[in-house]
Write a protein that binds this ligand. Structure first.
Ligand SMILES: O=c1[nH]cnc2c1ncn2[C@@H]1O[C@H](CO)[C@@H](O)[C@H]1O
Length: 341
C-alpha cells in the first residue's frame, strides 16, 4: 500500500493511547508560551528551531535532565490546566477517543503547587476534554524513580488522599539504572489494595530482570516499554501466557538511544512471541513524533496493511482500563471506520 494511503488511514482511525506523559506531551506552542513567561529563569528555549535542537538527546539520562527542565516551567495550577487541556486537544485531533495520561504529581507539588489545586486543575481539563472534545481521559500517577522512596510515599499519599475521579493506575517512571523496582513494592501494594492498576515502566533501559521484578514485586498488569523482555524467551512466554501487554513506543526508544536503529527494534520479535502490545507515543513533541506516526512506524516494523493497523488499534482498546461501555463503543467505531475505508 502507498505510504500516503496508510498515513491517511491511520490519521482517521479512532484510537486509544495508553502510554503518554503529561509534561512530555507539551506542544512546542505550550512550551514556548511557558518558556517566554519564565524567560531568563529557564534553559528551555522558546524558539521552535532551538527547541528541536534542545530536544536532541545524547542518552536516557540526558533525556530525563531535559524533561525535568520542562517540568520546571509548570509553576502554578493555571499552567497545569493549560498544559492538560492542550494535550487533550492534540490527542483528540489525532482521533484519540480514550487516553491514559501519565501524570507526575510529585514533581509539581514539590515545586510548590498544592496537591489539591493540582488535582483540581487536571480534573477540570479532563471534564472539559470529555465534554468539548469527546475524549475520555484517565490518569496514571507515577513515581519519578530518580527522586527515591520519599517521592513514592508522597505520590501514594496524593493518590489516596485526593483520589481524583479520573485516577485509575499507579506507575513508576524515570531511570531504571540505579533504581531497582523491588524497593517500591510497599507503595504498589497499597495502591493496588486501594483499587489502582499497576503499570510501572520496566525494560526500557535495562534488561529482562527489571521486567520480572515489575511483575513479581509490583504486580504489573501492563509494562511501560518492556522492550528488553525480548532478550529473555522465558519472559516473552510468560508475558504471552499471562496476557501482560507491553506499551511499546518505538520512536521514543530510538530518540533516548535505548535502541540504536529502528531496524533493530524488537517489536516484531515481541509480537511474534505472542505478547500483547499497544502502540504509544510516550513524549511525542520531545521525540519529534505523534501517535499517528507511531502507528505508521509500527506498520513498517510489523509489515502491516490497513487491516493490520486497525487490529493494532483494537488491541490498544482491549488492553486499556476503560469501562466496558467505552471499549464497546470505541471498538464499534473502529469497525465502522474500517468498513468504510
Ligand atoms: O520514557 C520515559 N521513561 C521514564 N520516565 C519518563 C519517560 N518519559 C517521561 N518520563 C517522566 O520522567 C519523569 C522523571 O522520572 C517522570 O515524570 C516520568 O513520568
Amino acid at each position: 500500500m502507498a505510504k500516503d494511503d496508510l498515513a491517511s488511514f491511520v490519521a482517521g482511525l479512532p484510537k486509544a493511547e495508553l502510554h503518554v506523559h503529561h509534561v512530555g506531551s507539551a506542544s512546542p506552542r505550550i512550551v514556548a508560551e511557558l518558556a517566554a513567561r519564565h524567560e531568563g529563569r529557564s534553559p528551555v528555549p522558546a524558539d521552535p528551531a532551538l527547541l528541536a535542537e534542545y530536544f536532541t538527546f545524547t542518552d536516557f539520562a540526558h533525556f530525563i535532565e531535559v524533561y525535568l527542565s520542562v517540568v520546571d516551567l509548570i509553576r502554578d495550577a493555571e499552567d497545569v490546566r493549560t498544559l492538560t487541556y492542550g494535550v487533550a486537544q492534540d490527542l483528540a485531533a489525532q482521533q484519540v477517543r480514550y487516553a491514559e495520561l501519565t501524570v507526575t504529581p510529585y514533581s509539581s507539588v514539590n515545586r510548590g503547587i498544592p496537591a489539591e489545586a493540582f488535582c483540581e486543575a487536571i480534573e477540570d481539563a479532563r471534564r472539559e476534554a470529555e465534554k468539548e472534545l469527546g475524549l475520555v481521559l484517565r490518569w496514571v500517577f507515577d513515581i519519578p524513580g530518580e527522586a527515591g522512596l520519599q517521592s513514592a510515599e508522597q505520590t501514594l499519599r496524593i493518590a489516596l488522599d485526593q483520589r481524583p475521579d479520573g485516577l485509575i493506575s499507579f506507575g513508576l517512571g524515570g531511570p531504571e539504572i540505579g533504581v531497582p523496582r523491588p524497593q517500591f513494592k510497599p507503595y504498589f501494594d497499597q495502591a493496588r489494595a486501594a483499587g489502582l492498576h499497576s503499570v510501572p515502566h520496566a525494560g526500557e533501559t535495562t534488561g529482562a530482570q527489571t521486567v520480572w521484578d515489575a511483575i513479581r514485586e509490583l504486580g504489573a498488569e501492563r509494562i511501560g516499554h518492556g522492550i528488553f523482555a525480548a532478550q529473555d524467551p522465558q519472559l516473552l512466554a510468560y508475558l504471552a501466557e499471562h496476557a501482560i501487554p507491553l506499551e511499546v513506543c518505538p520512536t521514543s526508544n530510538l530518540r533516548t538511544r535505548a535502541v540504536a536503529d529502528l531496524a533493530e527494534h524488537p517489536l516484531a520479535a515481541i509480537v511474534a512471541a505472542g505478547v500483547p502490545v499497544s502502540i504509544n507515543s510516550d513524549d511525542p513533541p520531545m521525540f519529534g513524533t505523534t501517535l499517528n506516526n507511531e502507528y505508521e512506524v509500527a506498520a513498517r516494523l510489523l509489515d502491516l496493511d490497513t487491516a493490520g493497523v486497525a487490529e493494532l488499534a483494537r488491541q490498544g482498546v482491549r488492553h486499556s482500563f476503560a469501562t466496558d461501555q467505552v471499549k464497546t463503543a470505541l471498538l464499534a467505531e473502529i469497525d465502522t471506520y474500517t468498513a468504510g475505508a
